[in-house]
Design a binder for this molecule. Structure first.
Ligand SMILES: Cc1cc2nc3c(=O)[nH]c(=O)nc-3n(C[C@H](O)[C@H](O)[C@H](O)COP(=O)(O)O)c2cc1C
Length: 350
């Protein structure tokens, strides 16, 4: 049964790869102020606050050895004050390219934090200009910077002058439909020193509602000279190919799709590279992965790890026979030991 599924998958991969052959490069070159980088993949995993921690990144990395992954966004003022440093120290032991994402409205704090991140081994520094959360925008960070393009440019400029590695910006189409001039904002960030732009195809007003507008991302791609990564609603191979074709972007970024399928970034990367040996995890492997994720979170966080794991269980325990019952059992489990036992019993039964 699974052999047949893999054959269908491989055939699909080949067809999609042929479709994709009109776009030639496999990776993305990103310039820096001294240290330029090459990402050997067009597919990246987005920063996800409260999610893209070391344990999550390790999971994504298993299938996506070449892809650019990101830390959760880190408040630069905290790094400046010597806090949150664990989030930087973690990346030293990790394999593959990891971008450190920073947010703040203070250019000096951002420059100091960026230098610390570079020293800790960041592959690049990404500046968050897209987070819609009120607690961030009221501090003039995240998408709040869309309302202050001069300040945003000043931040990019200061950060670029403080590090050798590439400085990039992740943003949205604008603050709201009426106020958004995506292109002039993008060009301003490019002039200020950004070496790559990621655009989530929604405005801040939309938050995560409606559909990501890839056509608008395409309009920006036509006019800027730095590489562009398209983001928003790419949650399958088909969507990835379609988005690349519509936007003509240099790469794509997966966000929420990986919550359900942590292999998605690697799966899409394999298709784009024509790597036919890529195999999806079996049902048993999927359940083993949930157990492994839980155990790693417990190792890092103690009993609190179960609470974090519940979020992931809720996403990952879906779409296979018995997943609903398993999910409910795990959600009801009162302690880590019980959750581990439920998973172990399920694995034995598969
Ligand atoms: C729970 C959650 C946390 C997020 N945290 C961040 C973050 O820290 N930095 C950032 O730039 N974007 C963050 N985002 C936005 C995503 O990176 C991405 O741009 C967005 O989800 C659209 O992509 P998708 O449709 O593939 O999910 C977050 C999104 C979600 C749902």
């Amino acid at each position: 049964m699974l052999g047949k599924a893999n054959k269908i998958y491989n055939a699909k991969a080949i067809i999609l790869y042929i479709v994709y052959m009109n776009s030639n490069l496999i990776g993305i070159k990103v310039n820096g102020n001294g240290t330029s980088k090459y990402i050997n993949s067009k597919v990246s995993q987005s920063p996800l606050s409260g999610i893209s921690d070391r344990v999550f990144r390790k999971l994504i990395r298993r299938w996506a050895p070449d892809s650019l992954l990101y830390t959760e966004m880190i408040y630069a003022s905290y790094l400046e004050q010597g806090k949150s440093e664990l989030k930087l120290k973690e990346i030293i032991e990790e394999e593959g390219p990891i971008g450190v994402q920073l947010y703040d409205y203070r250019p000096d704090a951002m420059a100091i934090a960026a230098k610390k991140a570079e020293d800790a081994g960041a592959f690049l520094i990404d500046i968050n200009m897209g987070c819609p959360a009120k607690k961030i925008t009221k501090k003039r960070g995240g998408s709040g910077l869309l309302l202050e393009p001069e300040l945003a440019a000043n931040i990019v400029n200061k950060v670029s002058n403080s590090v050798n590695i590439p400085v990039t910006v992740k943003t949205r189409l604008g603050w709201c439909e009426n106020s958004s001039d995506t292109l002039s904002f993008a060009l301003k960030m490019q002039s200020a020193g950004a070496k790559l732009l990621t655009i989530h195809g929604r405005t801040r007003q939309q938050q995560f509602q409606g559909k990501a507008d890839w056509e608008k991302i395409a309009m920006v791609k036509e006019k800027i000279s730095i590489p562009l990564i398209a983001n928003g609603d790419i949650n399958s191979i088909d969507a990835a190919i379609k988005c690349l074709n519509v936007t003509k972007s240099d790469g794509i970024m997966i966000g929420r799709g990986s919550l359900y399928s942590p292999w998605l970034v690697g799966e899409i990367d394999a298709v784009l590279k024509g790597n036919e040996s890529f195999t999806l995890p079996s049902l048993k492997e999927k359940v083993c992965l949930i157990l492994e994720h839980l155990q790693e979170l417990l190792d890092c966080e103690g009993e609190h790890g179960l609470l974090i794991a519940r979020k992931h269980i809720n996403w990952r325990c879906r779409g296979f026979p018995g997943s609903t019952e398993l999910r409910h059992q795990l959600m009801r489990s009162s302690c880590p030991k019980e959750a581990i036992k439920i998973l172990e019993n399920t694995i034995v039964s598969l």
